[in-house]
Ligand binder design. Structure first.
Ligand SMILES: Cc1cc2nc3c(=O)[nH]c(=O)nc-3n(C[C@H](O)[C@H](O)[C@H](O)COP(=O)(O)OP(=O)(O)OC[C@H]3O[C@@H](n4cnc5c(N)ncnc54)[C@H](O)[C@@H]3O)c2cc1C
Length: 388
């Protein structure tokens, strides 16, 4: 079997890549090791900017695939909390089994051949790439897109990357709990340490509750962190918990090699996740689209290496800015919280994350200037507090 493009992994990155390439007339195969709809551990928060991107490609996610529309966001640090309405942009909470299945079906409708239960076990990545499938089949393709997630086999086989270093990843754990809970906001809790947070995301039929910790800071089991967090949530008193699960999230905003002449990496395989919020779905869709576009150009005489330039231009600067915002935020949670109290900055962060009206680069510049201006009054407030 021979194709213009083989896409490994029918997650968001892979399905969007396969959809776009097939729509542009390429002969595409989409290879997924699981049977769809497949489970993927995830908070399932989908932002308006993702929906807008998909719409611009010709995919309109339906109500069922998007799930619950969230009205409010609540941020908590020890001893304080602040809520804000989502007034600009939208955030939905869904299940990835539903959302990703919807996208894989769109890829198939666009003309991509979808092979499920198809585990790619090795790849010869020369000038004529061959993918070896568990069971003995072989697939030939001019180009390969690795949308195969955090533990990307494609990245390793193409010698683009081994694993992510521990200080460039987060370990996360979650419970997906079904039931009726009286929660009126999506909650994010900070305060354990830098780059660690916990979340409570209401869903249409329950709640997803999770924790994440920087890989290099994790001591012991992430599931113990999760159980400690859950114990503090009184709304769960008496609720029978399912089995918790854990997985890893790469940290975006760090320059990495994501393409060679024949192979391009998209989504988690490339490390494209917002280091401030942990949002990976949007960047998976965006990089999947950019990878498919570059494959199309490469088939017409261009080079797949241009994908590196495209992501360095379209994705990396925003992820770098988000990494700087995250560093600024974690520098002093007390000061960050003071800014939340004294200004609309939380509303602005929600607008930044949910929609596509504000560029992270501009937000970083403005928030840096704002922080410098506000810092003296924060110090003064603390000094006054000392003498009271
Ligand atoms: C606990 C947790 C919570 C999160 N919450 C959010 C959130 O609320 N919002 C958000 O935007 N992001 C969130 N993220 C990040 C988000 O889940 C990822 O960034 C996103 O799933 C990346 O999509 P992807 O398509 O690149 O990879 P994946 O979704 O991981 O898909 C990869 C696919 O490749 C398949 N595959 C892998 N290897 C092979 C192989 N050898 N052969 C064939 N198929 C293969 C897998 O089965 C899978 O279907 C969260 C992550 C975690 C861990």
């Amino acid at each position: 079997m021979s194709y213009d493009l083989a896409v490994v992994g029918a997650g968001v990155a892979g399905s969007v890549a396969a959809y776009h390439a097939a729509k542009k007339g390429l002969k595409v195969v989409l290879l997924e090791k699981e049977r769809l709809p497949r489970h993927k551990l995830c908070g399932g928060a989908v932002t308006e900017k993702t929906v807008n991107l998909l719409k611009s490609l010709g995919i309109t996610p339906d109500k069922q695939s998007l799930g619950l529309e969230i009205g409010n966001v609540k941020v908590k640090i020890p001893g304080a909390e602040k809520s804000t309405k989502i007034s600009s942009g939208k955030i939905y909470t869904t299940y990835r089994s539903i959302f990703d299945n919807f996208l894989a079906m769109k890829a198939q409708e666009a003309g991509a051949e979808l092979f499920q239960d198809t585990f790619v076990r090795s790849i010869d990545t020369g000038t004529s790439p061959v993918l070896h499938i568990r069971g003995g089949d072989e697939i030939r393709a001019d180009y390969i897109i690795g949308g195969d997630g955090f533990y990307s086999l494609v990245a390793r086989e193409a010698k683009l990357r081994e694993s992510f270093p521990k200080n460039q990843l987060a370990i996360a754990a979650e419970y997906e709990i079904k039931g009726n809970f009286d929660i009126d906001a999506m909650e994010i809790h900070f305060g354990r340490s830098s780059f660690s947070y916990s979340w409570i995301f209401p869903k249409e039929d329950g709640v997803t509750i999770g924790v994440a910790e920087l890989g290099s800071r994790l001591k012991g089991s992430i599931r113990d962190y999760l159980d400690n967090f859950v114990k503090a949530q009184t709304f769960l008193d008496g609720t029978k918990l399912p089995v918790s699960e854990s997985f890893a999230i790469p940290m975006g905003g760090i320059k990495r090699v994501v393409a060679n002449d024949r192979v391009a990496l998209a989504g988690d395989a490339a490390g494209f996740v917002d280091p401030l919020s942990g949002e990976g779905i949007y960047y998976a869709a965006l990089s999947g689209y950019l990878a498919a576009e570059t494959v199309k150009s490469a088939l017409q005489g261009g080079s797949l290496k241009d994908y590196q330039k495209a992501t360095d231009r379209e994705i990396l600067p925003d992820l770098k800015a988000l990494l700087r915002i995250a560093k600024l935020f974690y520098l002093s949670l007390g000061f960050s919280y003071y800014l939340f109290e004294e200004s609309d900055i939380l509303q602005n962060i929600v607008t930044l994350l949910a929609g596509d009206r504000v560029r992270p680069r501009d937000f970083y510049r403005d928030s840096l200037i704002f922080s410098v201006r506000k810092f003296p009054s924060y110090i003064l407030k603390n000094v006054i507090h000392l003498f009271q």
